[in-house]
Design a protein. Structure first.
Length: 164
């Protein structure tokens, strides 16, 4: 894997295309970081890579350069509302192809085979990468209470469900 950190994003395809790998940009919004240059890469420089492998590179876009197949990172935070008893929180993502995936809790969060229960005021923050559009749904004791719809770089459309 060549070192592409610090290189302009326009040159990434020229560098990686002859290797037969799939370069995928991940947009980040790091204040003060240079725009339209590679800030980080996965795998790191010097790693043995194979044809057909995916190479991720992180870039703070200016909007002036096209980033085909770019992923966007969002952080979804949910705070458990007032309750006398701990409650089960589940967070699912639904991608642009309607594929649903539970992102919280993960199996490692389970206690004795059951999902964790969170107390009033406890918050969870989940970083989520997506391409083009995505819906995030938050469930409290198996009832949908909030959804976030993301499309491109727009702010999310947030909908409260069930009065919470």
């Amino acid at each position: 894997m060549p070192d592409i950190v610090g290189k302009p994003v326009q040159g990434v395809l020229r560098i990686l295309s002859p290797m037969g790998v799939l370069p995928v940009p991940k947009r980040v919004d790091t204040p003060g970081a240079a725009k339209d240059v590679v800030l980080e890469q996965e795998p790191v420089a010097g790693t043995l890579i194979y044809e057909g492998e995916t190479v991720f590179y992180y870039v703070r876009p200016s909007g002036d350069v096209s980033l085909p197949d770019a992923r966007r990172l969002v952080e979804v935070t949910y705070t458990v509302p007032q309750s006398l008893v701990p409650q089960e929180v589940r967070v699912d993502t639904i991608d642009r192809h309607a594929v649903r995936q539970t992102v919280f809790p993960q199996m490692s969060d389970y206690v004795h085979g059951t999902p964790p229960k969170l107390v009033s005021g406890q918050s969870i923050t989940i970083p989520i990468w997506f391409f083009d559009e995505m819906t995030v749904e938050v469930f409290l004791d198996r009832v949908k209470v909030r959804s976030y719809y993301y499309k491109g770089d727009a702010e999310p459309v947030i909908t409260a469900h069930g009065g919470l």
